[in-house]
Design a protein around this ligand. Structure first.
Ligand SMILES: Nc1ncnc2c1ncn2[C@@H]1O[C@H](COP(=O)(O)OP(=O)(O)OP(=O)(O)O)[C@@H](O)[C@H]1O
Ligand SMILES: [Mg+2]
Length: 248
C-alpha cells in the first residue's frame, strides 16, 4: 500500500470538515467523489501538509507523514498538482518542467540559477522525453499562458514527472476540459499508473473518469460513506441519495 489515512479529522473552527476519514491508495488510480463541500479538497490538502490535521494519521509507504510540512511530504515522493500559477504561465512549457523539482521548495529565481547550473543536457533530455510521452513536445517553446486548460493539466503532470514522484494527487484534473482532451489526459494517467505511479484524483465528471479508475471512495459531510470499484458504486442506494441526489 502506498498511502493510507487513519481516522483523519479536520476542523474549521467548530465545523468538522473531515470526520475520521480512513482511505487506502494502492498502486493504482483511486478516485474520490462526493457532493460540493463534502470535504474532498480538505482531505487532499490535509494529506499533503497544506492543512494541519486535528486528529488521525497519514502513512506513506508505511512511514508516518502526518502534519509534515508540504516540502517534506513532497520529498517522500508525493506531488500535489495545482493550477499553474501566474509566474509559471509566463515561462515556456520546457522551462516549466526544468524548474519543477526546485519549484516546490525554492523561489523561482533560485531554482532557475540552480537548474541552469546543474541541469545541462540530462534535465533537458528528461524534460523532452516527458513532453513527448505526454504528446505536447511540439509546444515546448510555447509560453504556458497560450495553452488550453487541458494542455496545462498535461504540463502539471509533466512537472510532477520531472521529480521522483511515486504518488500524484490531483484536484479536478479535467474540470473545464473538453471531452476528447479529458480522455487523452486520463489515458496518460492510466499509462503512468501501469508504470508504477499511483494517483489520487478528485473529480466530479463521473461520465468520463469512471472507466479509468480502479477504486472509488464516496464522501459526504466529511465522512467516507461508500467505496467500490468504478461504476457499480453508482448503484449503491446511499450514494444515489447523498451524491446524485445533491446534484439535483
Ligand atoms: N479554509 C477553510 N475555512 C473554513 N471552512 C472551510 C475551509 N475550506 C473548506 N471549508 C469548508 O469545509 C467544507 C469542505 O470543503 P471542501 O473544499 O473540502 O469540499 P469539496 O468536497 O472539495 O467541495 P467541491 O466539490 O465544491 O470542491 C465546506 O463546507 C467548506 O465550506
Ligand atoms: Mg474541492
Amino acid at each position: 500500500m502506498k498511502l493510507a489515512t487513519q481516522n483523519l479529522t479536520k476542523y474549521f473552527g467548530e465545523f468538522k470538515a473531515l470526520n475520521e476519514v480512513s482511505i487506502e491508495v494502492k498502486s493504482c488510480i483511486t478516485l474520490i467523489i462526493g457532493p460540493n463541500g463534502s470535504g474532498k479538497s480538505t482531505l487532499i490538502n490535509t494529506v499533503t501538509g497544506f492543512l494541519r490535521a486535528d486528529g488521525g494519521k497519514v502513512f506513506f509507504e508505511d512511514k508516518e507523514i502526518t502534519n509534515l510540512p508540504p516540502h517534506e511530504i513532497f520529498k517522500n515522493g508525493i506531488v500535489r498538482t495545482f493550477q499553474t500559477s501566474q509566474p509559471l504561465l509566463k515561462l515556456t512549457v520546457l522551462e516549466n518542467l526544468l524548474i519543477a523539482e526546485a519549484n516546490y521548495g525554492e523561489s523561482i529565481i533560485q531554482s532557475f540559477k540552480r537548474s541552469w547550473l546543474m541541469k545541462e543536457e540530462m534535465l533537458v533530455k528528461r524534460a523532452f522525453s516527458i513532453l513527448e510521452f505526454l504528446g505536447i513536445e511540439h509546444m515546448w517553446n510555447e509560453r504556458a499562458m497560450n495553452l488550453s486548460g487541458g494542455q496545462l493539466r498535461l504540463v502539471e503532470i509533466g512537472r510532477a514527472l520531472m521529480c521522483q514522484t511515486k504518488l500524484i494527487i490531483m484536484d479536478e484534473p479535467i474540470a473545464g476540459v473538453a471531452p476528447d482532451l479529458s480522455h487523452a489526459i486520463l489515458k496518460k494517467i492510466k499509462e503512468l499508473s501501469g508504470m508504477g505511479i499511483s494517483f489520487l484524483i478528485v473529480e466530479h465528471r463521473l461520465d468520463i473518469v469512471l472507466e479509468y479508475i480502479d477504486w472509488v471512495y464516496v464522501m459526504a459531510e466529511g465522512r467516507i460513506i461508500a467505496e467500490g470499484r468504478g461504476k457499480e458504486i453508482l448503484e449503491n442506494p446511499q450514494v444515489v441519495e447523498v451524491y446524485l441526489g445533491a446534484q439535483g
